[in-house]
Design a protein around this ligand. Sequence first.
Ligand code: C2E
Ligand code: MG
Ligand code: MG
Length: 413
Amino acid sequence: MVPPAKPSSIVSLLVVDDNIVQRMQVVALCRELGVEMIYEAASGAEALELLSLLVLPPDVAIVDLEMPGMDGVELIELLHERQLAIPLVVVSSREVVLINTVEAMARNLGIPVVAGIRKPVQREALAAAFEGWNREQAEPGVAADRAPQVEIDSRDLAAAIESGAIDVHYQPKVDMTQGVVCGVEALARWTHPTLGEIRPDRFVELAEHEGLIHALTMTVLRQAFGVAARWNAAGMRLSMAVNLSPLLLEDPTLVRELSTLLEEHGLEARQIVLEITESSVVDCMGVALGVLARLRLKGFGLSIDDYGTGFSSMQQLARIPFSELKIDRAFVRGAHQRTNLRVILQSALDMSRQLGLVTVAEGIETLADWQLVRDFGCGVGQGFLISAAMPADRLPDWIERHAPRLFQLGTAC
Ligand code: C2E
Ligand code: MG
Ligand code: MG
C-alpha cells in the first residue's frame, strides 16, 4: 500500500524530461504526493516557452540533465539569465557527482535547489525532497542562520577605517619545493570596541554594502605597501598579496590609484599580487575586464582566489589575464577522503601549470595536506601548518626561527 501523501507546500510543478515514460512516472509520483498543478515539457526549449506563458512560475521545476538539444545545465543557465529562480530538483541517471556539480552550479547562480535525485526517481526520494523543502520554508531560521548576521553598525566600521583602527596581519606563503617564505597575504583585522574581534569576511561584506569598501581597501593597501617597502629596505623582498573586492573593479580610477600608491612607496608592481575571489569575478564584464587587463599590463600579479568554489572557472581563466591560481582550502582539506576532490585538485594543478600560472594551495593544516598538494606539483603553500597571519613586525623574527622547519618541509618527501 502506498502511504497517504502529506500536505505539501508545493502546489505547482514543472517536469522537464525528454523521455516520456520517465516523465509520466515522475508526474504520477508528484500527483501522489499532493502536487495539484503539474506542467510537462519534453525539452528545455519547450520548458522556456511554457514558462514565458505562465503568469506565476511553478513552485518547483524537476529538470532532467541529459536531453537532446538543450541539456539540463543549459536550461538552468537560461533560467538564471531570465531571472527565473525556480527551485530545482535535478534528476539524472548519471553519476551522483555530476548531479552534485549541477546542484552547486545552480546554487551559485542563486537558484534554490530542493534536491538532486538519481534516476529512476523513487517515491521515497521525491517525498523526502519535498518534505525537506517544506520544512526549510516553514523554518526560515535554518537559512537565516547561514546568512551573515549584520548587526555591526556601519558607522563603527567607518570610524575604524577613518581612525586607522583597521589593522593588517600577514600570513606567510611558502615555496613548496625550496621550503622558504616567498610572500605574504595581507589580511584585514578589526577589533570592535565592544564586540571584540570581527571576522574580516563579515566586515568586508558590510563595507561592500555600505559603500566603505574603497576606503577599507585603501587603508589595507597603504599599510601593506608600507610594510613591503620597509621589508625591501631591510633586504627582505617578499611578494605582497592583497585581497581586492570585485566592486572596486567597476571603477577605472583604481589602476591610477594603485600606480600612485606604488610610486609613493617606491615599489614595483610585480611585487604585488591582487587576489580576486573566483565566484565574484563571474559577472565582471566591460569596465572590470578593462581594469583587470590594465592592472596586468602594469605588471601587477592577478590571483584567482578560492578557486574551485565558484563556477565557469575555465571560462574565466580563458578571458581574464590571471597570473596565479589559488586553490580553495575545501579541496586541500577534502582531498584525502574524497577521490573526486583529489582528481579535481590534480587536474586544476595540471591545468594551472600548463597555463603557466603560479599555483597556491591555501588552508594547508597538516603534513598530509602539504605532502598531497606538493606531490601534485603545487608551487606555493599557505595555511596554519606554516603559520596563521601575524603582525608585520613579528614576521622577520618568525621567518628566522622557522627557517629550518620550513626547509625540512621543502625537502621532505
Ligand atoms: P582569503 O583571501 O581566502 O584568505 C584566506 C583566509 O583563510 C584567511 O581568513 C586566513 O586566515 C584563513 N586561513 C589561512 N590558512 C588557513 C588554514 O590552514 N585553515 C583555515 N581554516 N583557514 C586558514 P581571514 O583572515 O578570516 O579572511 C577571510 C576572508 O576575508 C579572506 O579570505 C578574504 O576574502 C577576506 N578579506 C580579508 N582581508 C581582506 C581585505 O583587506 N579586503 C578584502 N576585500 N577582503 C579581505
Ligand atoms: Mg585571499
Ligand atoms: Mg582564499
